[in-house]
Design a protein around this ligand. Structure first.
Ligand code: MLT
Length: 413
């Protein structure tokens, strides 16, 4: 290094990250297998990616939006960074309103995905906050906090400084309140990956915890549309007091088939506060709005017009039918695996089935066995955290015929 007094340095927090991101790693293993076995007919129940085409009401709205872009009188350039008023209002009135949740349209921020929003939101909080996550967990919450520098290095699959809250079959995959103080609490219900749901009482404990500890809950509700049990809350704002302590993330990806189109929303109530070192309260809404307008130029007009079509009577009915198709798949997976003697969780109010691996074999070993012997792709539970070891996640997002075939292959193992 002699001779260099200055040099460009990396953000060494990135070097703390363990291996690659989970889904590309699975993709790599599947691609390697497919290259060696070009005739293998692989059924993918790994990453939760939708297979059904977009419903007609959404396609029609997109066609109209494209036509608008083609005419000088209706062409649109940059839109508002936080999203078009027509969509923010539809979300507040038609998505949250019917559940008794009153939101102002400007508390809804439209983006191009919940992965980005759940990953980016931590930026508005100080680096000395303590992060709490469930274990297993959607890896984005953890990895983005590692990148930001809010953690130490990793040991045995866990990063120093993060509070991991174990979710196991014994606690119905709902974590106990942490014993040590925490500031940023990531919760995802219906849960990815376990498929568990949180009851009203369970969410109320968390809201109460956050209120009494001046903490914030980052509530990922990306799978709320898959809830069938009427007693289960769809939004954390159905709990009294949650407006003061919670951000909520929702996505059109799984709900309406937008994984390739991209559109999502984040709710930041104006009552939500974080604090300066001197104890002075700051509205998180203004921080996120500032961050959004500085780093984001808005989701495309076409995808926002498409999302708004979900709130029409036809759009709603068509989207519901697709969700039912996926949930029938989930039921078929549960039934087939149950009959084969597997221990299965989830898949009732969520599109993921969480399967205990047989004979105590490891998650990645079971993943490899299914890939090699049945040509079926799942997601190893260990990829979601230490407590996911010994489990495999199967996604219900596929064609019913393919799901049936996958189950027939598993029966022959
Ligand atoms: C998953 O399979 O967990 C999801 O598709 C990942 C995501 O939504 O980013």
């Amino acid at each position: 290094m002699k001779g260099f007094t200055r040099m460009i340095r990396v953000n060494e927090n990135f070097l703390k990250l363990q291996a690659g991101y989970l889904f590309p790693e699975i993709g790599r293993r599947v691609a390697a297998y497919a290259a060696e076995h070009p005739r293998a007919d692989i059924i993918r129940l790994g990453i939760g990616d939708v297979t059904e085409p977009l419903p007609p009401a959404i396609i029609d709205a997109m066609h109209r939006a494209v036509d608008e872009m083609a005419a000088a009188e209706t062409f649109r350039g940059y839109g508002p960074e936080q999203g078009y008023e027509f969509l923010r209002r539809a979300v507040a009135e038609k998505e949250f309103g019917p559940r008794g949740v009153n939101l102002d349209a400007d508390e809804v921020f439209i983006s191009d995905g919940s992965k980005c929003d759940t990953g980016n939101f931590q930026e508005v909080f100080g680096l000395d906050n303590v992060v709490a996550v469930t274990d297993p967990v959607y890896p984005v919450y953890v990895d983005t906090n590692v990148m930001a520098g809010r953690t130490g290095g990793s040991e045995n699959g866990r990063y120093g400084g993060i509070v991991y809250m174990q979710c196991t079959a014994e606690n119905d995959f709902i974590p106990a309140l942490p014993k040590q103080p925490v500031d940023m609490i990531y919760l995802c219900y219906p849960n990815n990956p376990t498929g568990a749901v949180a009851t009203r009482d369970q969410l109320a404990w968390w809201v109460e915890y956050a209120r009494s500890n001046r903490a914030i809950i980052l509530f990922d509700a990306a799978y709320e549309a898959f809830i069938s049990d009427p007693a289960i809350p769809h939004s954390i704002y159905e709990i009294d007091g949650a407006r003061e302590v919670a951000v909520e993330f929702r996505s059109y990806s799984k709900t309406a088939g937008f994984t390739g189109l991209r559109c999502a929303l984040t709710v930041v109530p104006k009552d939500l506060k974080a604090y300066k070192r001197n104890g002075e309260a700051v509205a998180v809404h203004s921080l996120w709005s500032r961050r959004h307008s500085t780093k984001f130029n808005g989701a495309s007009y076409i995808s926002q017009a498409a999302a708004a079509a979900m709130y029409t009577p036809e759009g709603r009915a068509q989207v519901k039918a697709v969700i039912e198709l996926y949930m029938d798949n989930a039921a078929a997976i549960r039934r087939a695996l149950g009959d084969l003697g597997y221990e299965v969780y989830g898949g009732v109010n969520a599109p993921y089935v969480w399967v205990k691996t047989p004979d105590g074999i490891g998650s990645w070993e079971f993943f490899d066995k299914l890939l090699h012997e049945a040509n079926v792709v799942g997601t190893p539970g260990a990829g979601f955290g230490a407590s996911g070891e010994g489990y495999l996640r199967l996604s219900a997002f596929n064609k019913p015929q393919r799901v049936r075939e996958a189950m027939e292959r598993l029966a022959k193992l």
